[in-house]
Design a protein around this ligand. Structure first.
Ligand code: HEC
Length: 196
């Protein structure tokens, strides 16, 4: 009888110990739980993905197909058997994402835009583009409000990474700047993400 009681007690003791361990673990787990990813990081992730997609589209689709003489990318691709330009690819996907209602937005902008719709739309965007003459490798960031919502905005410089960028922009009839050189900052990619 005594033996059985002791056995029952030991079991209870173990159970209590187990519960204690579990509760301290869950407390610790709560302490260690991530509080969320910093908006700077989220914008960096989005920028990395957009940049990679644009590079792959440019090199593996546009340049490759053009080199083989199969199909080329032209601005008025919708009316021809042609591919969209990489900049149009990005602007169109940005429009689609904006329409999805998640609050995330991105587009290419410039102080010398081919189209006025790609000019800076806010003070922050203008300051960001101007900052690239001093610090081209640092994204320009800030908080913007629209209605009652707050957004984090980051603008990354967009460089003329190939002669194709330079040639096309310098010769486009609507381009206000005709002396871009290789590696110049031509504009920026702006990424806006909601903060709540
Ligand atoms: C064959 C022509 C062509 C090439 C090549 C080209 N672009 Fe563009 N780019 C355009 C056109 C057209 C637009 C306007 C797209 C729109 O908004 O419909 C544009 C838009 C832009 C914009 C937004 C501001 C503006 O001018 O309207 C930036 C920034 C830009 N391009 C950078 C680049 C970079 C960097 C490269 C090379 C990696 C490049 N472009 C290659 C034609 C070109």
């Amino acid at each position: 009888m005594r033996l059985i009681l002791t056995f029952a007690h030991t079991r209870l003791l173990w159970l209590a110990l187990l519960l204690l361990c579990a509760s301290t673990y869950s407390l610790h787990a709560k302490d260690a739980a991530p509080t969320g990813i910093a908006p700077e990081k989220v914008a960096d992730f989005v920028h990395a993905v957009l940049d990679a997609d644009r590079t792959i589209y440019t090199n593996q689709v546009v340049n490759r197909m053009q080199a083989k003489g199969i199909v080329s990318a032209v601005e008025h691709w919708e009316h021809e058997n042609a591919l969209p330009l990489p900049a149009q690819f990005l602007q169109h996907s940005g429009k689609l994402v904006a329409e999805s209602g998640r609050g995330i937005r991105y587009r290419l902008i410039s102080l010398w835009p081919i189209y006025q719709r790609n000019a800076p739309a806010t003070d922050l965007e203008r300051k960001a583009l101007e900052s690239f003459s001093q610090t081209p490798d640092r994204p320009f960031t800030g908080i913007v409000t629209s209605g009652r919502k707050q957004y984090f905005q980051a603008v990354y410089s967009d460089r003329a990474i190939s002669t194709a960028c330079v040639k096309c922009h310098n010769s486009h009839p609507l381009s206000p700047k005709r002396d871009f050189s290789l590696n110049d900052v031509m504009g920026g990619m702006t990424i806006t993400i909601p903060l709540d």
